[in-house]
Design a protein around this ligand. Structure first.
Ligand code: PTJ
Length: 247
């Protein structure tokens, strides 16, 4: 479909077209399009920008990723479709491994996602072999890689569902979420929820990773003084304020 560059929602429309194509290719799950629409609605309430509370959470997420012994970044269809290159770049900066771990799971889709990341420069992608189980999850959605999520101490989960986020937290892992919905079970279960659009959040976390390298004291101070609950309250207040400004 032809979209004029002058259209005020050009970027959003182009992203939708891209996701629609990736859904036809089996990279994005069909319901990933619905999840994207929910995200857009919340982003509208944030003014489609990184608000100060989200930037603070991004900084703390970067601190955790640098403090981790075995950091892992999980990748699903939406995360890959929206931000594959950004996630690869972040993984290299930390460094961390990427693991394809999807909700709507078929062996073919896992393979397609791994190939997609590799074609874009991703290395040592985990997920093809899923030889560990995450406790507290019914069905094969519990499956993960023992080298990746299974043995990770810190897990960054962009756009994850609430069950898996809670199971990761119950397994004692530090859970860092990227989720535009501050009311979601994922955002609440996380140790750090970055309530920001993934294509802004990921390069922002990477920027903080570079800033915090060689600063272990700053990292620990950031981690110790952060409250996810307080941060989510700030985000919700920002959203409410924007609702009243727009009316
Ligand atoms: O590829 P799969 O099979 O793993 O499926 C991926 C989806 C996203 C479909 C699956 O994990 C799912 O159903 O997720 P949920 O439970 O709908 O949660 C997705 C969350 O991501 C929602 O809270 C959305 O608000 C949020 N979200 C959507 N788009 C963005 C986003 N957060 C940040 N940036 C976005 N662009």
């Amino acid at each position: 479909m032809e979209i004029s560059k002058d259209h005020p929602r050009y970027r959003s429309l182009m992203t939708r077209e891209k996701l629609s194509e990736l859904s036809k290719e089996g990279i994005l799950a069909p319901t990933g399009l619905i999840a994207h629409g929910r995200g857009e609605a919340f982003d509208y309430l944030l003014g489609e920008r990184t608000v100060p509370a989200a930037n603070e959470a991004a900084k703390v997420a970067a601190a955790h990723l640098l403090e981790a012994r075995r950091p892992i970044i999980t990748v699903n269809g939406n995360a890959a479709g929206l931000c594959a290159k950004g996630l690869i770049s972040l993984a290299n900066a930390i460094p961390a491994r990427l693991e394809v771990n999807i909700f709507h799971r078929t062996p073919g889709r896992i393979e397609r996602l791994c190939n997609y990341l590799e074609e874009l420069g991703g290395r040592d992608i985990l997920g093809r072999e899923q030889d560990a189980l995450l406790k507290g999850i019914e069905s094969d959605r519990a499956r993960c890689s023992s080298e990746g999520i299974g043995s990770a101490d810190v897990v960054l989960i962009p756009l994850e569902d609430g069950d898996r986020a809670s199971a990761l937290a119950a397994a004692g892992k530090v859970v860092l979420a990227i989720d535009l919905n501050p009311l979601s079970r994922t955002a609440i279960a996380a140790d750090v929820a970055v309530v920001d659009e993934i294509t802004r959040a990921v390069p922002n976390i990477e920027r903080h990773v570079y800033d915090l390298k060689g600063q272990p004291q700053d990292r620990r101070f950031l981690i110790d003084s952060f409250s996810n609950e307080n941060n989510l309250s700030l985000i919700k207040r920002t959203m409410c304020k924007s609702l009243f400004q727009k009316s």
